[in-house]
Design a protein around this ligand. Structure first.
Ligand code: FEO
Length: 401
């Protein structure tokens, strides 16, 4: 076993004992351009406690980091903040080493762990607001249902003001730095926003509710320790404030134009529409799917006010890449968008109608029915595209006024 892996001290009693995945580029459909980390935290209290584990292939790295500060057989408790296998995947092999450790989870976590790990192990259940003594330290638990799994919960180390927030407040970012203040602030903010847009956006309702409840508890919050990416040490309230703002998905004077194209006709339409949007006073992000990934589109939509989507028609259908994009965006449920569909076609032209339907299902307010152009757009067609962009810009500016 590689013994070069060391724990990283986070506070007097808390050590990071996770693993860094420098290679990961796809996390269930989210492009993780900078890799990720799986964070596990060891609390050196009288009753030594581990908060979460790591993805199974990284077990050896985690156990080596634990060994660098304590004999893992002395672990008394393992807290599972939710059962997704990037955090619960090493529970089985860990418990073969830490044979006297108890496992603690939320009520839903107990059944979810059984469904993942197929064990009949007794799991201690922590209710919302429950406390657990570790001897000279104590943990308090907050149910965080749907943030982002049904069984999610936060754990708070009262003596040191550390909130173990499972996936919330995290980001997919592999780095040798363990604290956000050691990283480039621009990269950190961008990756935190991308994470929110792609993981937490569907759960803005429960998120706002939980943030409100946490505020009422007046926690002495000195540090936020998420399950991915860096620990928030300096002004941890700032990431909470950002989450509270993102949860309202504030629209700005920004439009996202996303499309795919077969013979550059829909591409030409997109460019003319983008020009109309820009001349209408909007910031415009043009995202051809041949170059842009859906998870980056979702990130741009986090603060956009308008979404314009374009597709050719292939065999009576929307272009396959656009089908995937619309399915992904529909699942993320961005609220309050206005927009339009467009596309070139040759025969039936069903692709644009299908895009219109997909926008309907997302609740996107339309300035007009989808704009279709047969084959290659001529000057008149491009002028129509440009005018469409200007109408969307005018409607968004009216809405924001
Ligand atoms: Fe990072 Fe929900 O697992």
């Amino acid at each position: 076993m590689n013994s070069s892996f060391k724990a990283v001290k986070i506070t007097d009693r808390v050590y990071w004992v996770g693993a860094i995945d420098w290679e990961l580029r796809n996390f269930h459909g989210y492009r993780t351009s900078r890799g990720t980390s799986y964070n596990a935290y060891l609390i050196l209290a009288d009753e030594i406690t581990l908060v979460d584990t790591v993805r199974r292939p990284f077990f050896d790295e985690m156990i080596a980091r634990i060994r660098s500060v304590v004999d893992p057989t002395k672990i008394r408790h393992v807290i599972s903040t939710h059962s997704e296998l990037d955090h619960a995947g090493s529970l089985g092999p860990l418990l073969e080493v830490a044979t006297s450790a108890s496992v603690v989870a939320s009520a839903q976590g107990k059944s979810a762990l059984a469904a993942h790990l197929h064990w009949d192990r007794d799991v201690g259940v922590m209710a919302d607001g429950g406390r657990m003594s570790l001897g000279d330290a104590s943990l308090r638990f907050f149910e965080a249902r749907m943030l982002h799994w049904p069984d999610s919960m936060f754990a708070y180390l009262e003596e040191e003001g550390v909130l173990f927030s499972n996936d919330a407040f995290g980001m997919h970012l592999a780095s040798s730095a363990r604290f956000a203040d050691e990283l480039d602030a621009g990269i950190c903010n961008r990756e935190a926003a991308k994470y929110f847009a792609n993981i937490l956006l569907p759960f803005c309702g429960p998120l706002s509710k939980l943030l409100g409840e946490l505020e009422k508890t007046n926690l002495d919050l000195r540090l936020i320790a998420p399950d991915h990416g860096p620990v928030w040490r300096q002004k941890p309230e700032q990431i909470i404030e950002r989450y509270a703002r993102w949860a309202t998905r504030p629209s700005s004077a920004k439009a996202v134009v996303v499309f795919d194209s077969m013979w550059q006709s829909t591409d030409q339409m997109a460019r003319a529409i983008a020009d109309g949007l820009a001349q209408g006073g909007l910031q415009v992000e043009v995202m051809p799917l041949k170059a842009a990934h859906r998870s980056d589109v979702a990130t741009e939509l986090l603060d956009a006010g308008a979404l314009l989507v374009g597709s050719p028609t292939l065999n009576n259908q929307m272009y396959p890449t656009m089908v995937g994009l619309m399915s992904y965006l529909k699942g993320l449920r961005p609220q309050g968008l206005i927009g339009a569909a467009f596309g070139s076609y040759g025969w039936g032209g069903q692709g644009v109608a299908q895009l219109d339907k997909a926008l309907d299902e997302m609740g996107v307010e339309r300035v007009e029915k989808g704009l279709r152009v047969r084959y290659v757009p001529d000057g008149e067609a491009l002028a129509s595209c440009h005018a469409l962009g200007q109408r969307v810009a005018a409607r968004l500016k009216e809405k924001l006024a």
